[in-house]
Each structure stands twice: as C-alpha cells, then as structure tokens.
Design a protein around this ligand. Structure first.
Ligand code: FCB
Length: 417
C-alpha cells in the first residue's frame, strides 16, 4: 500500500537558474576569464576527472566547452522556457538578474535591460508562478572588476546602489528577493582553492570577504525593505553535510566543526536579524579523516563524482529550525546526463525534507537546480543538471523523464511513498 505524504498548503515548487549560466551574450568578469582560460581548462581535464568521466564526456577536452557564449540563449527564449516550467507544474521560479547588463558602466543604468527583466517577471507571473529574484549570482561587471570586484572595501556600496536601482524599478512586482548567491562558495573557490576568477589564493582576503559579503547583504536588505515594504529578503546559502570519519576522534571532529563554522554558520551569524527567510542550497556531503576529506564508499555519485547523500538535507534543515524563520530550498540537484538517477535523487531529498517538516521545520518551497542544462562555471557545459535537456548545437529543449515525475509531485503537492 502506498502512502501519500502531503506538503504544507501553498508550498512553492519550481526550479532555479542563474543569468550567466543560461542567458548567453553576457560580458562580465567570468566571460573574459573563460576566453582567457578555456584552452588551459581543456588541457587540464585529463588530470582533473576520473577515467569514466573522461570517457562519458569527451567534450571536456574541447576548449569551446569552457566558453559560456550563447549558453542556452535563454535571454531570447525565456517565454518558451517558462512555458516548459509551467507545463511541468511549477508554481515558482528562481532566476537572477545580471548586474553587468543593468549597470554596464559605473552609475549608468540601462533601462532597456531592466525592461527585459520586467518582462521576464511578468512572464513568470502570467504563468501562475511566484518569482524569486537573485540580485547577484557571482558575475561582476567589468568596470567593477577593475576596482577589485568583491574584494574591494567599497563592494557593499556598489552592490547597494545597484540593489537600490533594481528594487526601485522592479520592487512592485517582486516579493521574494535573494541578495547574494552562495557567498561562501565564492570565498572558497575564488580565494582559497583559487580555481575561479580572480584566482587568488589568499586566506586573509578570504576571511575579510565574509564581512564584505555580510555588509553587502545587510545594506541590500535594508534598501529593499525601504523600497518594497512587503518584500521578503534573504541570501542563498550553501550548506554542506559534515561527518567525522571516526566518531569522538578529536581531530576528525575538529575538522567537522571548522567546516561547519566556515561553510554553514559564519554568514548566518554575521547576517543575524537581517533575514526574513533562510535558504538551503544542498549538494555536498563531507566526511573528514584528519587531515583529509575521504569518500563514503557506498554512496552513489553524480556525473560530477559528488556523493549523493539525501539524509544530509534533513540534518541541515533540522539545524536551521533553531532560527525560527521560514526556510526555502533554493537549490538542490545533480548532474546526470542519462537521467538515470535524477528521479530517485529528487524523491529521496524530498522525502528527507518532508521528514524535517513533520519534525517541525517551516519549509515553504523547493527549487530544483536547474530548469535547463546550463553552463556550469569552470566545468563548462558537460555537466547536465537540467530537468530539461538542451542540445547546444540546435538549442532544442527536451523534457527529461524525471522532470515529469517531479511535475507530478509539484501538481499534487504530495509525495507518494
Ligand atoms: C551552486 C551554484 C549554481 C550551480 C550549482 C550546481 O553552487 O549556485 O550556480 O552551479 O551549484
């Protein structure tokens, strides 16, 4: 006998995208970095990825894989893509507006680009979906890159001016605002491992960035509220699941504590009191055996070789409960080109989320990452995260079978177990 687990009334179901990864035709710090680094990235693929990944995705050896270029051409095809989202039963949609389009020169805002995003928001609403707007999903206008990008002490000021402009222009139409996307991912990948632009390995800078990002969020939070009194504002936080390899083993436990603090906790602490809702972006399970991260052998993996550990989302949500704020899962998903694991991935994560709700967590929405296959940053196009497959030659869209299963959950607002 199957059982039906109901989600709360008015639960928001959808998928997320970000401007640079889907739009095409952007000019920002990433687009320039991609062109300068594509050949190097293609050469390095052989040493970065496992043999099975290299065999499955030979495109990782082509330099074109690493240049976002026209991406999914979502900038021109958003109506069609939103039709698909609607057809898939979504009642919410998360996307980002591109700073480099809106403010191509310092202090000079482009009305036409704001109009474009106004149309996107209208298109979302006309299809009965709730828009979640992200102001900054990592890309930096070229003028700001020259001034030091997010390292600049003035970043919060630049960001707040841009946020103010967008909030004034689009505030009437948008209720849910996400200021920054995963600040800690930028700190880690741009300033600790140094694999993303501007590729600086600098612990001091990394440490300082937490405060810069927190200040940026807080200022934008206040500005959005001033301009749109009914707004709900938060930031998109990546939260990892952590586990010691040996329980009660001091050094393994210590690594877990440090990891939890730096990734899951610090940004929340620094922005305490300035979040109307909390978010969960969940992808990673980390197991530490001092001094290294080790694999959990029995766990299945995605095409990126990331471990699939659905229970992690339960633990994360359960911990967030203590803040007494509504929670939205603003990203969760996997790269799975042949769509063999996606259905079960979504099902198990939703089952764990449902358990957390039963245990008292106020979860109000879930956004699968991503609606479409798209440009996965320094990895390029080969990872396929989409509910919808994109043929990058013809730009044709094809709904994957797992998307239809997810659609059933979205429409019925329940999980059949
Ligand atoms: C998240 C990012 C998103 C996408 C997914 C796979 O960390 O926010 O843009 O790259 O990972």
């Amino acid at each position: 006998m199957s059982e039906k687990l109901k989600f709360p009334d008015n639960f928001l179901w959808g998928a997320a995208t970000s401007a640079h990864q889907v739009e095409g035709g952007n000019r920002n710090d990433w687009s320039e970095w991609e062109k300068a680094n594509a050949e190097r990235l293609a050469k390095e693929a052989g040493s970065k990825w496992e043999k099975w990944q290299q065999d499955k995705f030979p495109e990782m050896f082509n330099s074109e894989n690493y240049v976002s270029g026209r991406a999914c051409d979502h900038y021109n095809r958003y109506e069609n893509d939103l039709d698909i989202a609607k057809e898939l039963g979504h009642n919410a949609h998360r996307f980002s507006v591109e700073w480099s389009r809106i403010e191509p020169e310092e202090g000079k805002f482009d009305e036409r680009e704001v109009e474009h995003y106004r149309k996107v928001i209208q298109a979302i609403k006309n299809r009965g979906m709730e828009p979640f707007v992200t102001l900054w999903h990592w890309t930096i206008p070229l003028w700001l890159e020259k001034k030091g990008g997010c390292e600049s002490r003035k970043f919060p000021e630049y960001f707040s001016k841009y946020s103010e402009y967008v909030a004034k222009k689009l505030g009437k139409e948008v209720k849910f605002w996400i200021t920054l996307n995963e600040p800690t991912s930028v700190i880690a990948s741009s300033y600790l491992t140094g694999v993303w632009p501007p590729q600086k390995k600098n612990i001091l800078k990394a440490w300082r960035l937490y405060k810069i990002f927190a200040r940026s969020h807080i200022r934008a939070y206040e500005i959005i509220h001033k301009n749109c009194p009914d707004a709900q504002v938060g930031f998109a936080n990546i939260l990892h699941s952590f586990e010691p390899y040996r329980r009660k083993w001091f050094l393994d436990e210590l690594m877990v504590r440090i990891g939890k603090y730096l990734t899951n906790r610090r940004m929340l602490n620094l922005t305490e009191g300035y979040n109307d809702f909390l978010t969960v972006q969940y992808y990673f399970h980390n197991r530490f055996r001092f001094p290294k991260k080790v694999r959990t052998e029995h766990l299945p993996v995605t095409d990126m070789n990331w471990e699939i550990f659905p229970h992690g989302i339960y633990r994360i949500i359960n911990k967030l409960k203590e803040h007494n704020l509504p929670i939205y899962i603003t990203e969760n998903g996997l790269a799975d080109a042949d769509d063999s694991k996606r259905q079960s991935f979504i099902f198990h994560h939703l089952w764990e989320m449902q358990r957390a709700i039963q245990d008292g967590a106020d979860v109000r929405g879930y956004f699968y990452w991503s609606l479409l296959d798209n440009f996965e940053w320094d990895k390029g196009f080969w990872p396929r995260f989409g509910l919808v497959e994109v043929d990058y030659k013809t730009l044709e869209r094809k709904i994957r079978p797992s998307a239809l299963k997810y659609a059933k959950i979205c429409r019925s607002n329940e999980l059949e177990v």
